[in-house]
Design a protein around this ligand. Structure first.
Ligand SMILES: [Mn+2]
Length: 313
């Protein structure tokens, strides 16, 4: 029997963990597993440390079950799409299963189902369900499709190939509500987000012969727009579409003056390599890091620019 299935069988209370500031892949994976565990008559909890989660993901099945307090009685934990143990947002004393696709995953679990060639964690889960004879219902297919849609950058990232489309087709045949996923994950922008985007692009600069786009958002920009932190992401993604731009960096100052850095690349440029300098992680095309405090946006910007200048060829 599969060792993960064996652990699940023996457990009496399983907690699913979505990483801090979860995206559609982390939420979609945990959502599909939630349904699978209910099908198997298991007691299941869903934990995410973040108090507020991107509301665009609230259409995912069981989203309302997410709690920010960790259920201590759980005797098995399963983490989804989380490369770094720190991003679990909790200590785990029980056995831990780590399911992920990031190249920087440190294999921190007792069991690690880490496949770096998978485009999303939901792709790994889809194979897992099929290999173990699970009945993939409409709820599971929708959640898995949502992760695939987002992590493939709406089927446009370099990692997309025929297997990505084949998986999408299979999920749609299994009942995935793909229109609901598109409406919630891709469309449905708030007015605040659009206004914030205007500010971000107004202040954007291009470096390294216009190959690098630099986007900075201050706490004041955030407050005056009324947008939520995750609503900066669309500007970051779009800046990669500017002619000649290969790398895009967004630095966002939080209200506690910590700074969150997000990197995207559409070339060979390795985003994770830059993020690792700040103890962050990710993969070639997407990476992120967080700087505690003590540095201004401009200081961090200078540090990142000089690191990128060394790496870009
Ligand atoms: Mn992912």
């Amino acid at each position: 029997m599969n060792e993960i299935i064996e652990k699940i069988d023996k457990a009496s209370h399983i907690v699913l963990i979505s990483h801090i500031n979860p995206d559609a892949d982390s939420i979609g994976s945990a959502s599909a597993m939630y349904t699978f565990l209910l099908q198997n008559h298991k007691k299941v909890s869903w934990f995410c440390k973040s108090q507020t989660i991107n509301n665009k993901l609230s259409f995912m099945p069981w989203f309302e079950k997410i709690r920010s307090s960790y259920p201590e009685s759980a005797d098995l934990a399963i983490a989804f799409d989380c490369a770094d143990k720190k991003r679990l947002g909790t200590e785990v004393s029980s056995d831990l299963i780590n399911i992920d696709h990031h190249a920087t995953n440190s294999n921190y679990g007792d069991i690690n189902l880490v496949k770096t060639d998978a485009i999303s964690t939901t792709e790994i889960l889809h194979s897992f369900f099929k290999e173990n004879g699970a009945k993939i219902n409409k709820k599971m297919a929708t959640a898995l499709y949502g992760g695939l849609l987002d992590d493939s950058d709406v089927f446009t990232s370099d990692a997309v190939d025929g297997t990505t489309f084949a998986l999408a087709k299979e999920l749609i045949e299994q009942g995935a509500d793909y229109k609901l996923c598109t409406k919630n994950i891709i469309k449905n922008l708030s007015l605040a987000a659009i206004r914030l985007k205007a500010v971000i692009f107004k202040n954007m600069s291009l470096e390294c012969g216009a190959r690098v786009a630099f986007l900075c958002v201050s706490d004041e920009d955030m407050r005056s727009s009324g947008a939520s932190p995750w609503e900066c992401e669309t500007a970051l993604e779009e800046s990669l579409n500017i002619v000649h731009v290969e790398v895009a960096i967004l630095l966002r100052q939080n209200s506690d003056f910590t700074i969150k850095g997000s990197l995207r690349s559409n070339s060979e440029f390795d985003c994770a390599k830059i993020a690792l300098n700040f103890r962050g992680g990710g993969d070639t095309q997407r990476a992120g890091f967080e700087i505690e405090s003590g540095f201004s946006l401009n200081e961090v910007r200078e540090m990142v620019v000089s690191l990128i200048k060394k790496e870009i060829v």
